[in-house]
Design a protein around this ligand. Structure first.
Ligand code: MRU
Length: 358
């Protein structure tokens, strides 16, 4: 581990060649310490995903892809079939780290596909191709986030109030973020507005991460506790709500950080448009609707004893889903790198996916 001074480093990147390592911001340490975590094997990546050192659906996908490279790069003396079998085992292992964000599974499938379609039996060359693929997944995510910013920036006018939940920012992606991309783009265009960041209990991604990165970017940000969102919306200070997504079903239902659904209901009640920003890698056409999206349950101690502070009786039962599902009917639009999905329904989701170069 190393402490970093000065400019913010990349959320996650591969450093060096095939014998290099993955370097990521350890997000469990923010906003107090900006510390890099160096990962040299698949287990360190798995642990980093599980404990949320790296988090946010796109960043988890990138970590998974790089974790595959770490998991197979020391394979020696294996023929192609033996190598592919081990690669499958590494992918299955990494897939068991967190269940809800679909980008992880998409990235792992891409790594498997890259290996299977590699035409030579030269295992060393195949390892190099896998590293290229993992780096490409990172670079593509960065480019998609920029495009999301371009498509979503007009939602944020000068003087606007923008409410967001959790962290769907640079820290949750390769760079620029999804929900934050329209904010960064509007800010770069000279518009001045205020972002309200829900604290996001129990792990405080809003106050620890979103507030940290927006403040560093010079964007006016105000933190509120989650239970203040209703009063804020009623006050008329919010013109638009923008959140990220962990998985979007074929009918447009959106799984995102727990609390997103409540926010969407509140936004509807107050006639404030509720938008979701996500790359098409977060769309899951194989999941028909939100009811079958697997929702991660986390350790009750994150609620009872968060950040080492006992805030409930040690043995009290807790309800602790990490995500919830917002029905498509509550969502004004989904901002993707290919444009807006609007209205949010099965046909429009399929249309955006159909625009996909296969
Ligand atoms: O549990 P987390 O911190 O990984 O949850 C993250 C979110 O819910 C984000 O909103 C989502 O992954 C989108 S990130 C661009």
């Amino acid at each position: 581990m190393s402490v970093v001074a000065g400019a913010v480093p990349r959320t996650i990147e591969w450093v060096g060649g095939l014998d290099g390592h993955v370097s990521m911001i350890d997000q469990t340490r923010l906003p107090v310490d900006l510390v890099m975590l160096q990962c040299r094997d698949a287990k360190t990546i798995w642990d980093a995903i599980r404990r949320l050192s790296v988090r946010g659906a796109p960043a988890i996908g990138i970590a998974g892809a790089m974790g595959v490279v770490l998991g197979v790069r020391d394979d020696s003396g294996k023929d192609r079939e033996g190598f592919l079998q081990h690669l499958d085992e590494v992918c299955d292992y990494l897939a068991s780290s967190r269940p809800t964000g679909v980008n992880l599974f998409g990235a792992l499938e891409r790594m498997r596909g890259c290996a299977r379609s590699f035409e030579s039996n030269d295992v060393e060359a195949l390892k190099a191709a896998l590293l290229d693929e993992a780096r490409l997944i990172r670079d593509e995510d960065a480019a998609m986030c920029r495009e999301i910013g371009r498509h979503g920036e007009s939602l944020i006018e000068s003087g606007a109030g923008v409410l967001t939940h959790c962290n769907a920012g640079s820290l949750a992606t390769a760079e620029y973020g999804t929900a934050t991309a329209p904010m960064y783009t509007a800010h770069a265009a000279g518009r001045r507005f205020r972002v309200y960041a829900d604290e996001t209990r129990p792990l405080l991604q809003g106050s620890r991460l979103t507030a940290w990165e927006l403040q560093r970017a010079g964007i006016d940000v105000t933190v509120l506790c989650d239970n203040m969102a209703g009063a804020l919306l009623r006050s008329g200070k919010v013109n638009v709500v923008i959140t990220g997504a962990d998985r979007i079903a074929a009918n447009g239902d959106v799984a995102n950080k727990i609390g997103t659904y409540g926010l969407a209901v509140l936004a509807k009640e107050h006639d404030v448009p509720f938008y979701v920003a996500a790359p098409t890698t977060t769309l899951d056409p194989d999941t028909p609707d939100g009811s079958t999206i697997p929702i991660e349950e986390r350790d009750p101690d994150e609620i009872r004893c968060g950040f080492g502070k006992q805030t409930a009786p040690p043995d009290v039962a807790c309800y602790c889903p990490a995500f919830d599902v917002t029905p498509a009917k509550l969502i004004a639009g989904i901002i993707t790198e290919r444009g807006l999905i609007q209205p949010v329904n099965e046909r429009c989701v399929a249309e955006i996916l159909g625009a996909c170069p296969s």
